[in-house]
Every structure is written in structure tokens, then in C-alpha cells.
Ligand binder design. Structure first.
Ligand SMILES: Nc1ncnc2c1ncn2[C@@H]1O[C@H](COP(=O)(O)OP(=O)(O)O)[C@@H](O)[C@H]1O
Ligand SMILES: [Mg+2]
Length: 255
């Protein structure tokens, strides 16, 4: 992978960075439009750095809709999601609306600005939960982070906002340097679907074959599977605070 670089946006028309701004392939028209769009947001430079990669260039992350990098705006570092030109979405504006809804209940990186191709938000400077778990084995700390994630999912359920990708959570749960967990990517979120945030995240964290489930098993010992399934079923059937707290108890409180 190439090393990290910071480029003023006027230099983004050069390869290989042009094709990250217009992933997966740049064309001159689109590049100029996007550089102007960034200028309108007051973006001064982009940092190509991070543990993920796009065409061998380091970035914060990459999905099917966007590539995420660090952007510098008025001397501040923020996260910039750039719409892929092959994305099956016309704009990031819908995602921004759902992110704002999540922010209203204190979930997600703080929304900053949006336009057709760019979403600016709070930078979560840290690690994916699964990587974080590799280096953080302190029971109390892991416990605190898990309860925080579950409470965020509870708030999403209560608000009727379904994230949509929490059973495939490895790329959507981050922990920042102050050990605060964040749920990212409201691209496939919806206020129309049945909400299954708590149950999906539980499946990912405690029941599936995910790396997270294995590591949590190592930190806390195996959960009682039958008790867990029972508590999840109850919560699924009747979504009350009481049933949520019972689930918390089975999952994390008695460790
Ligand atoms: N605010 C953020 N701060 C830091 N990293 C982020 C942020 N938002 C997303 N990422 C990283 O970028 C990746 C891709 O972003 P995501 O919104 O999931 O794109 P997509 O909709 O294409 O899946 C995420 O999985 C995550 O690792
Ligand atoms: Mg994603």
C-alpha cells in the first residue's frame, strides 16, 4: 500500500488520487465538478491515510456506496464520505437525513454537511470494534463499551430507525481513542422497516461466527445460549425497556 499523504484539493485532479475522489475511475468532467463541490464545503485538503485501502491508497474505509477519507476544513479534521460513481444511489442526501435522525438520539458521528456526492461528519479516530477488541481485554472497559453499543441500539429501536446493517456489523461499529463506541453508515437505514437493531447487534456480538463473538467469548467466557435465545425472543416479541434490561442482564451484567 502507498504511504499516507495530505493533498490540497487543487491537486486532486492527478492520479492515482483522482480515481479515489471519483472511485473507481475518474473522468475529467466529474473531477472538476467534485473539486468545486469540495471547495463549496470549505474543504482545503484531503488526507489519504487509514487502515483500509482503495486501489492501494490508504483510506479510512470503503463500502459499496462510498469511500471515506479525512478532510481538513478550517484547520479541523473531519470524515468525508465520497459517493462512488458506480454507487446505486444518486445522492448522499437521504443518508444525511437519517444520520441527523440518529444524531437526535445521540447516535452516530455528528452530521456536518452534505451535497450530492459528499457527506461531511465527525471523524471517528480509532479502530473497528473487532480490531479494538484485539488490544483491549480489560473486562470492565469492554463491558462499558458493549453496554453503550446496546443502549445506542435500544435508542434506535425506540426511535423507529432501523440501521439495516448491524448483523454485518464489523465495518459499522467503531471505537474512538476515548473508548467511545460509534455506529456508522446510515446509508441503508430506514424509518419504514421493522426495527431490529438490538437483535441484529446481539446476533453479531454474541451468537454468530464473527471475530467479535469469538473474542468476547474469550474475555467473558461463553454466555448461556439458551438463556440468551430466550431473552432475545422475549425482547423481539415485546419490545419494552424491561425486556431490554433482562437481555442486558443475560448478556453482560452478570459477568
Ligand atoms: N465518521 C467516520 N469516521 C471514521 N471512519 C468512518 C466514518 N464513517 C465511515 N467510516 C469508515 O468507512 C467505512 C465505509 O463507510 P460506510 O459509510 O460504511 O460506506 P458504505 O455506505 O459505502 O458502506 C466504514 O465501514 C468505516 O470503517
Ligand atoms: Mg458500510
Amino acid at each position: 500500500m502507498k504511504s499516507s499523504v495530505t493533498l490540497p484539493i487543487t491537486q486532486l485532479d492527478k492520479e492515482p488520487y483522482a480515481s479515489i475522489l471519483c472511485y473507481p475511475r475518474a473522468n475529467p468532467m466529474e473531477i472538476q465538478n467534485r473539486i468545486e463541490e469540495l471547495q463549496n464545503h470549505g474543504v482545503q485538503a484531503l488526507e489519504f491515510t487509514g487502515k483500509a485501502s482503495a486501489s492501494n491508497i490508504p483510506v479510512l474505509g470503503k463500502g459499496y456506496v462510498g469511500v471515506v477519507v479525512v478532510a481538513q476544513v478550517n484547520g479541523q479534521r473531519v470524515a468525508l464520505k465520497m459517493r462512488r460513481i458506480d454507487a446505486d444511489r444518486e445522492s448522499l442526501e437521504h443518508e444525511a437525513e437519517l444520520l441527523v435522525k440518529a444524531n437526535n438520539i445521540n447516535v452516530g458521528p455528528k452530521f456536518l454537511a452534505v451535497s450530492k456526492n459528499f457527506l461531511l461528519m465527525q471523524l471517528i479516530d480509532g479502530d473497528l470494534l473487532e480490531d479494538w477488541l484485539e488490544t483491549h481485554k480489560d473486562k470492565q472497559l469492554v463491558h462499558k463499551v458493549l453496554v453503550d453499543i446496546l443502549e445506542q441500539c435500544w435508542r434506535l429501536d425506540e426511535a423507529g430507525l432501523d440501521h439495516g446493517e448491524l448483523s454485518k456489523a464489523p465495518k459499522h461499529l467503531l471505537v474512538d481513542k476515548s473508548q467511545k463506541p460509534f455506529i456508522v453508515d446510515f446509508e441503508t437505514a430506514s424509518v419504514e422497516r421493522k426495527v431490529i437493531n438490538v437483535t441484529s447487534v446481539c446476533q453479531f456480538l454474541f451468537m454468530g461466527n464473527s471475530r467479535a463473538a469469538k473474542m468476547l467469548g474469550e474475555v467473558f467466557g461463553e454466555r448461556n445460549r439458551l438463556e440468551l435465545i430466550g431473552a432475545l425472543k422475549n425482547y423481539k416479541r415485546v419490545r419494552t425497556r424491561e425486556n431490554f434490561e433482562r437481555l442486558l442482564e443475560v448478556l453482560v451484567l452478570n459477568i
